[in-house]
Design a protein around this ligand. Structure first.
Ligand code: PLZ
Length: 461
């Protein structure tokens, strides 16, 4: 049943405005939350318990008829907008013909076409191959399988603050204990964690961070792990869940060069950064990196579950026939959605929109930081932006409680924002790339208000 005050359908036709008609969450959402408690396992997290009725462009409309501004995109997924017209039509057309056959049993064109698109769009003009999966974690797992098969080596190098997923191997690769890893071990072996070039917290300052961190990583890999044991170095070109940390310049190129010299495969996890989010099709293009393998998901398919591994043909073709796959990987509806979403990203030049979002938002965020010393760092690129919150008054210790309070103050005002970071002290902004400029600016105004409210109480503690 469609509740009163809510539109029948979502998509870009929804009024692009914030409109609050009840408190947040409203009564219908609260009733659903009560049902959830009795039905859904506690371990499945929740950021903002407004139950969604429809969404599109830059808004999410809840079951009470509130229209919220979306600075989360379902964690960087609906970059082309929720229920984008082309995506919805493509999925409808596909599921009207067939919903599933399993690509490994009787294949279909959509899967091949998505692989062709990935091979064309990912960095490097060498010969490439791709394989499709359902989730980001599954893509990362398969990248490791492929790297091990191609190199005959076991070890995997990952970084501080990394996030690669929640399956057993990817949890071993993920850094953060609470809530991701605690109680879920033992984890897969042969995963080694090394330092990340984290400019804001680099002991000798930002300037030499990239170079010094790379030197330290190389030393650890060469002397302690043993470069000849390492199949892959897996890195997010800008860390996602770890707090939108943009590695110090020079870090990625130096590591890519070291990997090339030592036969280690350089794997870019672009699951969160990919598909125009940071202002280029892939974030590693910013420093001219050409990864051996690249993992993608999220923004690839406008909200349908799809993920991929793409890479050098000789590496991708190393595993034996039948060694890669899964019942649903590259499901036809997800492939149809991906082809439509990729079409929109290219035809509407959403990379340029992402850069524009950064140009509009970064000065606003810097001004916010100038007003409130609890904002320790402003960072990000394109439409992947974050504020790192600290105690203030010269104390740069992370302030998780304050971050939660600011997020809650945004939520009460009808602005969906997410948090991130190993210490939970990063507020991150991931608007859909199609968001209207007035709506983006309205959201930034709400962020200012939320900070004004919370900074007062922070100052009085
Ligand atoms: N690699 C870089 O960002 C997913 C996870 C949210 P899946 N990030 C959001 C949560 O709390 O579970 C992610 C990522 C990077 C891998 C993944 C994993 O992708 O599709 O969630 O499996």
């Amino acid at each position: 049943m469609i509740p009163p005050n809510v539109p029948a359908r979502g998509g870009p036709g929804l009024p692009q405005v914030r409109r609050l008609v009840t408190e947040i969450p409203g009564p219908r959402s609260r009733a659903l939350a009560a049902r959830r408690t009795g039905a859904v396992a506690r371990g499945v997290g929740e950021t903002l318990p407004v139950y969604v009725h429809a969404a599109g462009g830059g808004v999410v409309v809840d079951v009470d008829g509130n229209s919220l501004i979306d600075f989360g995109s379902g964690i960087a997924v609906v970059s082309v907008g929720n229920a984008a017209d082309g995506v919805v039509e493509a999925v409808r057309e596909q599921v009207g013909r067939f919903t599933h056959t399993c690509f490994m049993i009787t294949p279909y064109e959509g899967y091949v076409a998505v692989c062709e698109a990935l091979n064309r769009l990912t960095p490097g003009d060498h010969d490439k191959r791709s394989a499709l999966f359902n989730s980001g974690a599954e893509a990362v797992e398969n990248a490791v399988k492929i790297a091990r098969s191609a190199t005959g080596r076991d070890a995997v190098v990952v970084f501080e603050h990394a996030y690669h997923g929640r399956t057993n191997l990817t949890l071993a690769m993920t850094a953060k204990s609470m809530p991701y890893k605690a109680g879920f071990g033992p984890f897969a072996p042969e995963v080694y964690r090394v330092p990340l070039a984290y400019p804001y917290r680099w002991p000798t300052g930002r300037e030499h961070c990239g170079e010094q961190a790379a030197a330290r990583v190389i030393e650890l890999v060469r002397d302690e792990i043993g470069a000849g044991e390492v199949a892959a170095m897996v890195i997010e070109p800008i860390q996602g869940e770890g707090g939108f940390i943009v590695p110090g310049r020079g870090f990625l190129p130096r590591l890519a060069e070291f990997c090339a010299d030592t036969g280690i495969l350089f794997v870019a996890d672009e699951i969160q950064t990919g598909f125009a989010r940071t202002g280029t099709m892939f974030a590693c293009e910013d420093e001219g990196i050409v990864p051996d393998l690249i993992t993608t998901a999220k923004g690839i398919a406008g909200g349908m579950p799809l993920a991929a591994v793409t890479g050098r043909a000789e590496i991708m073709d190393a595993p034996q026939a039948g060694g890669l796959g899964g019942t649903y990987g590259g499901n036809p509806a997800a492939c149809a959605a991906a082809l439509a979403a990729i079409g929109l990203i290219e035809s509407a030049d959403l990379a340029a929109r992402a850069r524009r979002i950064g140009e509009l938002a970064l000065p606003r965020l810097r001004a916010l930081a100038a007003r409130h010393d609890i904002v320790g760092d402003v960072r990000g690129r394109g439409a992947m932006l974050a504020l790192e919150l600290v105690r203030g008054g010269g104390d740069t210790s992370p302030d998780k409680e304050l971050t939660a309070a600011v997020a809650a103050a945004c939520h009460r005002r009808g602005l969906i924002v997410l948090t991130a970071g190993t210490w939970g002290n990063v507020l991150r902004l991931l608007p859909p790339l199609v968001i209207d400029e007035p709506l983006l600016l309205a959201g930034l105004d709400l962020l200012d208000e939320a900070f004004a409210e919370c900074a007062e109480s922070a100052a009085s503690r």
